[in-house]
Design a binder for this molecule. Structure first.
Ligand SMILES: C[S@@+](CC[C@H](N)C(=O)[O-])C[C@H]1O[C@@H](n2cnc3c(N)ncnc32)[C@H](O)[C@@H]1O
Length: 273
């Protein structure tokens, strides 16, 4: 059974801007690698010219990765970028020696692009709500028929399909902007149902939230302040705004439900007024 943690008093909607939105992390990471390459290979060239010292390519690539990791951390990237920075230069060099046709890389890149469409711009990667979270969500739905539920960033549509089956009289909607995820979830719902789910392709920032009794999101810390402000501005009094895992700084949730899964998922629930 999900555990309900201490309900808190509502704070004011945060008004400050999200932290540094000037450059997406991906751009910062690429700049860190370029700068690191220039520093390491530049220094190696100077040493070779001045003292005749030559370093093995692998050592220079490892040094590039380490310098990029340091620069990335200095530029404010999260710690999980560190192993990526270290692995990237040797992995890229190794990839050029493999007998893989160029179109395979292009196809791989396109699939990743169509799935992780929002990762760079919105800083929202793809991870899916699990079954225990679906059950906890089902218990949070208002106990009356005909409720309207929206999943903003509906991924593969699993949350919607589960809840819609639980509540056949409810109206369940999802909006998704990653093309491949939208296409797959649309097909899945079309073929397997249930019939009381509607999916839209698009950007949830342009979606009117006012028709919904419950708006659910599982995004990242980045969009939460602005999305909470949007929910407060558009949703009707008494409706629920639920965030999986991500809080809103300065606006404590009215209720926090702890899901008994391995990662101790928390559902933050705001009752709007
Ligand atoms: C972490 S996944 C959650 C999927 C699903 N809600 C679930 O709980 O299983 C977040 C989803 O939001 C989508 N997304 C991110 N920004 C979006 C936007 N501005 N408009 C529509 N979808 C967006 C992503 O493509 C991704 O599929």
């Amino acid at each position: 059974m999900p555990r309900i943690l201490s309900p808190r008093r509502r704070g004011h909607p945060p008004t400050g801007d999200a932290p540094n939105r000037r450059f997406p992390p991906l751009i910062i990471a690429l700049l860190a690698q370029l700068l690191a390459a220039a520093l390491v290979f530049g220094a190696a060239a100077l040493l070779a010219a001045a003292a005749g010292v030559r370093f093995p390519l692998l050592a220079m690539l490892a040094a590039q990765g380490a310098v990029a990791a340091l620069l990335g951390a200095r530029f404010g990237l999260a710690n999980w970028w560190i192993p990526l920075h270290i692995a990237l230069p040797p992995a890229a060099a190794a990839a050029t020696t493999l007998p893989v046709p160029a179109w395979v890389y292009l196809a791989f890149f396109l699939v990743l692009l169509l799935v992780f469409w929002n990762s760079a711009r919105e800083r929202v990667p793809l991870y899916l709500s699990n079954r225990l979270t679906w059950s906890a969500l089902a218990r949070l739905l208002p106990d009356r028929s005909g409720i309207a539920f929206l999943d903003v960033g509906s991924g593969l549509g699993g949350t919607l399909a589960h809840l819609a089956r639980q509540r056949p009289r409810g109206r369940f909607a999802g909006i998704e902007s990653a093309p491949l995820l939208f296409a797959l979830s649309w097909l899945r719902l079309r073929i397997l149902g249930p019939a009381n789910v509607r999916l839209a392709y698009g950007d949830f920032w342009k979606q009117d939230l006012s028709p919904y009794d419950v708006v659910y999101c599982f995004l990242s810390p980045e969009p939460m302040p602005a999305l909470y402000r949007k929910a407060c501005a558009e949703m009707r009094p008494g409706s629920l705004f639920i965030s999986n895992s991500f809080e809103v700084p300065g606006a404590p949730a009215d209720e926090i439900v702890e899901v008994p899964d391995r990662r101790r998922t928390r559902l933050f629930v705001w009752r709007l007024h």
